[in-house]
Design a protein around this ligand. Structure first.
Ligand code: ADP
Length: 375
């Protein structure tokens, strides 16, 4: 039985934003909504999940429950913290970003075929024979991707033949095959676009993955100005072309002096968590401002360098027991815990450290994570 808590915002005159999804992104949106007096309502998977714990106006329900969602929204502004909402539902509600924009983040084949941006070389295959011929055309090795519903490296695999595809594949299903890019670095450019068109970008950041999951983010990315400018240009063009509303994350590969777009997210993104502590306006506040069509905030960094490191599981039963130990060692570390139970490689929190010297900022962030991991 869905718990339905309606809220008072519409009656009191407070801006109301409904968010679909009950993970840490919705939880951190609430952190930004509180000082602004914005009433955030969340459609959550579980009452006691990451967002449910922090958002009093939470309704338990599934992201594909059409009747529940259309009733729950009730004409308010709706945003999302993940891409897994069926297109027909998005089309019935005032979703920001819209269904037309979200297609580019929901389906990697739509993104590769329709987006005006530099991509890795790619093919669409719909049979095992086509998978093999695409791999051959890409030089004998390729990255296979499920077009939809992949996340954190799930649905992404290095393949040398159709038999290497590690998930169930039946002839007739669409699959994306692309060149295995020998990149120098992975980067992300986050930009917010307001409903009426104003856009503001944060500096380009470098991201490092562990087992396909974002692990460390360095802001700004240690690359030259020309590349920073080019990345902003690419993301601005994509934001305009897709008509996204809210935060857009453009993940890219750096290959020499070239940038290739890997994928898009249309919501606050892991590579933007550093902005909570390290930028004048956080991605969560900016997302709320953008979807409510309010003027956007200053995206300048507050320090020369910020480094964010994710806490991916822990050997401790509850890493919050180690808050004291982290601050005994380094009182300047900013710690964010998501209220999630520990599981191997699960994103359960992150830390951010800012300062003038990149090497020391990096070392401090990793030391804090080592303590929270109980290593
Ligand atoms: P997800 O939807 O799971 O985030 P991504 O497309 O971002 O999937 O892929 C996850 C990771 O796999 C990337 O961050 C990158 O490290 C690696 N990867 C993805 N595509 C390629 C590629 N074409 N060449 C090399 N590595 C890739």
């Amino acid at each position: 039985m869905a718990q339905k808590v309606v809220g008072t915002g519409a009656r009191s005159g407070a801006p109301v934003v409904c968010v679909i999804g009950g993970g840490q992104l919705a939880r951190m949106m609430q952190e930004a909504a509180i000082p602004l007096g914005i009433e955030l309502r969340a459609l959550v998977e579980a009452e006691d999940g990451s967002a449910g714990q922090a958002i009093p106006y939470s309704t338990v329900g599934a992201a594909d429950d059409r009747d529940l969602i259309t009733g729950w929204v009730g004409g308010n502004v709706v945003t999302v913290e993940h891409e897994h909402i069926p297109d027909p539902i998005l089309r019935e509600i005032d979703s920001r970003p819209s269904a037309d924009a979200l297609r580019f983040a929901q389906d990697k084949l739509v993104m590769r075929s329709e987006l005006e941006a530099p991509h890795p070389r790619w093919y669409e295959a719909t049979s095992r024979a086509e998978i093999d011929s695409s791999i051959a055309a890409l030089g004998g090795v390729a990255i296979a991707k499920t077009p939809t519903d992949g996340y954190d490296g799930k649905g992404v695999a290095v393949v040398r033949s159709a038999v290497d595809v590690p998930w169930e594949y039946a002839d007739g299903e669409r699959i994306l095959l692309e060149e295995k890019v020998e990149f120098d670095m992975e980067v992300a450019l986050l930009i917010a676009r307001r409903l009426s068109g104003e856009m503001k970008a944060w500096p380009l950041v470098q991201s490092t993955q562990r087992d396909g999951i974002c692990y460390e983010v360095i802001a700004p990315a240690p690359v030259d100005q020309a590349l920073l400018d080019r990345a902003t240009e690419i993301a601005t063009t994509i934001a305009e072309q897709t008509g996204v509303v809210g935060v857009l994350a453009v993940e890219m590969f750096v290959v020499g002096d070239r940038l290739l777009v890997n994928e898009l997210a249309m919501r606050p993104h892991n590579t933007g968590h550093w902005t909570i502590d390290g930028a004048v306006t956080s991605q969560f506040e900016q997302h709320l401002r953008a979807v409510l069509d309010l003027p956007l905030g200053d995206t300048s960094p507050k320090a020369a360098w910020s480094v964010m490191v994710n806490l991916l599981g822990s050997d401790l039963e509850d890493p919050r027991q180690a808050l004291g130990a982290v601050w005994e060692a380094d009182p300047g570390v900013k710690i964010h815990m998501y209220g999630k139970e520990v599981r191997p490689l699960r994103k359960i929190g992150h830390v951010t450290v800012s300062g003038d010297d990149l090497e020391s900022v990096k070392a401090r962030a990793h030391e804090a994570i080592r303590i929270l991991e109980g290593k």
